[in-house]
Write a protein that binds this ligand. Sequence first.
Ligand code: HEM
Length: 401
Amino acid sequence: MSESTAPAPLPAARKAGCPFDPPEDLARLRRDHPISPMAYPDGHIGWLVTSHALVRAVLADPRFSHRADLTHSPLSGARTGAPRPAPPGIFTSMDPPEHTRYRRLLTGQFTVRRMRRLTGRIHEITAEHLDAMERQGPPVDLMEAFALPIPSLVICELLGVPTTERAGFQSDMSKLMSLEVSTDEKIAAFGTLQAFMLDLVLAKRAEPADDLLSGLVTGTDLTDEELTNIGGVLMGAGFETTANMLSLGAYALLGHPEQLAALRADTGLTDKAVEELLRYLSIIPGTVRAALEDVELGGQLVRAGQSVMVSIPAANRDPEHFADPDTLDLHRPTAGHVAFGHGIHQCLGQQLARVEMQVGIPALFARFPTLRLAVPPDEVPLRTDMMIYGVHRLPVTWDKG
Ligand code: HEM
């Protein structure tokens, strides 16, 4: 066993002027202690894993559980109180066989036909929002005008949420994601969302349509409580992530004009570009597992019951796996990136998220060839205070044609 460092909190400080780089200390830890003791916000002493190889090893290992009643939250403000079991339907925080059962029912709903129809809607929704931006004229906040409404509408489309109801919904979801909102406010927002979802489930039971929630209502024996919670999971997982990838992705391309020029010159580069943006930006700080038994990992003994945080940004910038990892290079091979996680909990919505980015990013730059920041780069407000990294706002401008 190797000598370990004293437990420290998850590194969070990013270098000034480097909005696209992960917290600096992650690189030092990855080099010197790819598994190191970590002090969790609730006082638990667990571990932080930072190398690509170890991150994937943990996520693929059934001795590490994702159960909500076993894991300690690595992020302050993310979850308060003692760990407790996941409510019915919150499969993200369950292990097999419960996780497997829900996951199968859900993957069965992401049919080729439904994905094809959604892709068509993504093109339409993107074009509608670019039209609205053009009508409004510069400057606009790209987050508000483009990055947030597109995934929000797409997820509403997927679940069959009436689009008229999405505004209140978006605001409640943002509260749940915030690290600064009080527990009381979060409980209130959660209550509103649950009530909304339950109403939606009951509406689908009464009158099923051709959407995912209706498919689950008619094709499975899931209870209203399970369906309500599953709807909440998809909403929560699906829109802020993609919204931040769209906006931070656009910002990163504006900050790397030669890469943007390459993308503009070759639309065939789009799919690779999206994967590289996912790797380079790694907007999710990581995920956590708990050891079900004593496990030796990277020369350290992880004791049964200890939590292990795996850092997605650290893994995706590991020079042992990606050459010159701190450079945004749209042509590079990105195989093995863990922006969508790895193993049995790997992102269920990744194909949908990919299509949204593959459609949205090139369409944005094609519509506004002179798009640029409307403020100096150091005035772009970064989401260093949120669970999902990105920008709060992205003021952009362009020359009117
Ligand atoms: C660019 C956008 C996205 C990113 C970066 C992202 C990232 C991730 C990551 C890293 C995980 C693994 C979490 C873990 O292991 O603890 C995950 C899981 C998940 N994602 Fe995404 N996601 C995105 C978009 C979406 C969308 C659009 C949806 C829904 C339509 C979605 C639904 C889910 C669900 C349900 C899970 C849990 C799967 C499970 O536990 O089996 N995600 N996502």
